[in-house]
Write a protein that binds this ligand. Structure first.
Ligand SMILES: Cc1ncc(C[n+]2csc(CCOP(=O)(O)OP(=O)(O)O)c2C)c(N)n1
Length: 255
């Protein structure tokens, strides 16, 4: 039976602010489902977010301690909270721009130190909240407000990045892979050390609209068509994988 996520939401919070068809709304539900299935006491959990649409996933909606920090700095705040109270389960939920662009150094150094945090990156390849500028995760060729002729640069593979830095867990799933993603969030929460999930969260308004994807369904289909499991990706050449987004669990253990 589907989890009643309302039990984890602050009754006095304003309505969830996401646009119709936003992947962040799906991700919100999956995070709370994982917490419910693990029977984690949400009162012993701190949710930290930065600035951007994704920052509004936990805050002010989750009925727990939430810390809505400055742009690019949620991992720094989360590290401080974890150092002060090591018993706290600390989860960072933020956007790809927040975590991988302005906050990129905090991301790699927290992974290097293997700080016991679970970081969920709501990755829509753009800065959704500020007009759809391309993020460091934007795939080659995508049209955004700052890449009107198509993105020239290749994207960061955030899972490879944090793994190379020393993370304990790294996985990537599209938010519509709901069972796999929920399971992955559960595993990340149960794994000690720096655990990271790249949650591909389509943005129909800032990404879809500029890439000639008329409806939220078209935007989701666009990402579904690009996603390929890591098992299927084996044997593909780098050229064949150029436009693909490889999903799966890439590392689960400790260096
Ligand atoms: C220091 C600073 N620089 C820039 C901004 C403007 N800004 C706010 S959110 C944001 C990007 C958010 O993108 P992302 O983290 O990908 O989240 P999304 O909105 O796509 O969920 C930017 C550039 C800011 N608030 N503070």
């Amino acid at each position: 039976m589907a989890t009643d996520v309302k039990q984890y939401m602050r009754p006095e919070a304003p309505p969830i602010p996401f646009c119709p068809g936003c992947g962040h709304r799906v991700l919100l539900r999956l995070i709370l489902t994982a917490i419910d299935e693990l029977k984690i006491n949400i009162n012993d959990t701190l949710f930290v977010s930065g600035i951007g649409c994704a920052g509004w996933i936990p805050s002010p909606h989750f009925n727990a301690d939430t810390l809505h920090t400055t742009h690019g700095r949620p991992i720094a705040f989360a590290t401080g909270a974890k150092m002060f109270n090591p018993k706290l389960t600390v989860m960072v939920i933020s956007g790809d721009g927040d975590l991988a662009d302005i906050g990129g150094n905090h991301l790699i150094h927290a992974a290097r130190r293997n700080i016991d945090l679970t970081v969920i990156c709501a990755n829509n390849q753009v800065y959704g909240m500020t007009g759809g500028q391309v993020a460091a995760t934007g795939q080659k060729g995508i049209l955004t407000s700052t890449t009107t002729q198509g993105n020239y640069y290749r994207p960061f593979d955030l899972c490879k990045l944090v793994m190379a830095a020393g993370a304990s867990y790294a996985a990537r799933y599209l938010v519509t892979q709901s069972a796999l993603l929920t399971n992955s969030i559960k595993k990340a929460l149960q794994t000690e050390g720096f655990t990271f999930i790249d949650a591909i969260s389509p943005c129909p308004i800032q990404f879809g609209r500029r890439n000639w994807l008329d409806t939220p369904k078209d935007t989701f289909r666009f990402f579904e068509d690009r996603c390929i499991t890591k098992e299927d990706a084996e044997g593909f050449s780098p050229e064949e994988l150029k436009d693909k987004i490889v999903t799966g669990e890439f590392f689960n253990g400790r260096y």
